[in-house]
Design a protein around this ligand. Structure first.
Ligand code: SF4
Ligand code: SF4
Length: 126
């Protein structure tokens, strides 16, 4: 179990296989990538940064987010494939740090119902 200061829950990463990647699908959102992460992902995919930006990223002002794909009932990250992340080793910090996001700091269990529903690795008891 992973714990972090100022978070009222622990996280069990062993649950990720069972879950199948619910944090990579769902309602539309943003997965922000900075310039270092963009370079890392382009290296992982063995494509140029320019091609990565055109094919896989969407620009919002001066920032880039990973594109989503619309499915029947949901959206999913363009790198999500058959329950796995295609760029796992170079996935951005936003993905690596989930569920320990600043928005979830110092929040009680009843304030994070939706997080418990989304992530079966989150545990408020231990
Ligand atoms: S939702 Fe939680 S348990 Fe599921 S893959 Fe994401 S981090 Fe792992
Ligand atoms: S980059 Fe990988 S871990 Fe992050 S949302 Fe996309 S598929 Fe999931």
């Amino acid at each position: 179990m992973i714990t972090k200061p100022n978070f009222n829950f622990s996280f069990n990463p062993n649950k990720c296989d069972e879950c199948g990647g619910k944090c990579c699908i769902g309602s539309s959102g943003y997965v922000w990538v900075n310039s270092e992460e963009i370079l890392n992902i382009s290296n992982t995919l063995d494509i140029t940064v320019n091609k990565l930006k055109i094919d896989y990223l969407k620009k919002y002002g001066s920032k880039y987010s990973i594109k989503e794909v619309k499915t029947k009932n949901n959206y999913e990250c363009i790198f999500f494939d058959s329950g796995r992340c295609n760029i796992y080793e170079s996935r951005p910090v936003q993905c690596k740090s989930f569920p320990f996001w600043n928005d979830f700091k110092d929040k009680d269990e009843d304030e994070l119902d939706y997080l418990k529903d989304e992530c079966i690795g989150v545990d408020f008891k231990s």
